[in-house]
Design a protein around this ligand. Structure first.
Ligand SMILES: Cc1cc2nc3c(=O)[nH]c(=O)nc-3n(C[C@H](O)[C@H](O)[C@H](O)COP(=O)(O)OP(=O)(O)OC[C@H]3O[C@@H](n4cnc5c(N)ncnc54)[C@H](O)[C@@H]3O)c2cc1C
Length: 306
């Protein structure tokens, strides 16, 4: 299905250039010279680190290193060779087989780590989330049609995982050889100072403990890679480190440069990436042509039939 879709896009006149890491083996200055508009849609790829003691221990890994390598393995590709194209080069094989795995982070990325660890036949899989356990149904503070923050149990969880909420990791503990052997964690108590204000947490006194013996740990990601392409371009960033471009306009502070998807809104969902791609395409069309007939949320040909 993907091949068919790519062929359709090619027939429409789109040229795909693979193995092109803009800012590394493709110069952004060349693109700025050759093209009339540029859309930044490079996703959200920089891992959010967990700067606690023991972070450097063997057995502590970023989720995306683990998942990306596994995708390549499953696809029959050489998962250790990345040449110069990719920024994150790994020289070791990451396998959870026979290990007691802790996944730090309770979102979609964490869920994928749970599933992958189970497929690797990990000895056990435990997932820690900082936030409290969400409700199973909508509450008064999330009425329809607002986005509900509900408990999500994926097929990965169904394959097996112990899930814990309101828990923070304070330290990674190693053995004499520098291998991870335990995690020091603490329970959190969440309170909302007043309705509408952000919730705050405090550590529960006396709840510190070391719940892991041998280990393999993965955790999530948050911001686009600023070094290289984005810094060279001189685009501004918002306070979360994403490319600054207003929703509905998609234009950055740099003339003829637009941004959409995770690179603009931060790590999000596929439906948003699709929506932003379409909306941004219209804005680029308007910029180039003065007007646009492309479908968008604000303007649709279907509206003229209503
Ligand atoms: C592990 C994981 C699990 C997820 N699970 C879900 C889920 O279950 N449901 C859901 O809706 N969403 C999920 N998401 C989120 C979803 O994948 C993203 O929101 C979506 O893919 C964003 O689309 P995008 O086009 O903005 O960026 P991406 O899909 O990240 O695409 C960006 C592309 O740009 C390329 N790129 C980056 N920099 C450069 C450069 N300098 N030069 C050339 N190319 C570059 C990257 O290689 C990548 O191919 C998940 C994300 C992750 C990481």
């Amino acid at each position: 299905m993907i091949d068919r879709r790519i062929a359709l896009l090619q027939e429409e006149g789109i040229t795909f250039k693979c193995h092109s890491n803009v800012g590394k083996n493709v110069k952004i200055s060349d693109l700025m010279r050759q093209f009339d508009a540029i859309v930044l849609s490079g996703g959200s790829t920089v891992p959010r680190d967990l700067p606690v003691p023991g972070r450097e221990l063997k057995g502590v890994h970023f989720a995306m290193d683990f998942l990306k390598q596994n995708n390549k393995r499953v696809a029959g590709k050489d998962f250790l060779v990345n040449a110069d194209i990719e920024s994150n080069i790994l020289s070791e094989e990451l396998l959870a087989t026979g290990k007691n795995v802790v996944v730090i982070g309770g979102g979609d990325t964490g869920s994928d780590c749970v599933g992958t660890s189970n497929r690797h036949k990990a000895a056990s899989v435990t997932q820690f989330e900082l936030l409290p356990m969400p409700p199973k149904d909508r509450t008064d503070i999330m009425p329809w049609p607002t986005y509900p923050m509900l408990l999500k149990t994926t097929t990965s969880h169904e394959e097996g995982a112990q899930r814990h909420w309101s828990i923070a990791t304070k330290q990674f503990i190693g053995d004499d050889q520098g291998n991870l052997k335990a995690l020091k964690v603490v329970d959190l108590e969440w309170t909302t100072p007043a309705p509408g204000q952000p919730a705050k947490f405090t550590e529960v006194a006396g709840s510190e403990r070391d719940p892991l013996r041998t280990g393999f740990v993965g955790y999530g990601i948050c911001a686009p890679q600023q070094a290289g392409l984005l810094e060279e371009l001189g685009v501004e960033f918002d306070n979360r480190g994403n490319v600054k471009a207003e929703e509905g306009k998609y234009a950055t502070n740099v003339a003829k440069v637009f941004a959409a998807g995770d690179m603009r809104r931060g790590q999000s969902l596929v439906v948003w990436a699709i929506s932003e791609g379409r909306e941004c395409a219209r804005k680029v069309d308007e910029y180039l042509m003065g007007s646009s007939m492309l479908e968008s949320k604000e303007s649709s040909i279907l509206m003229s039939f209503q």
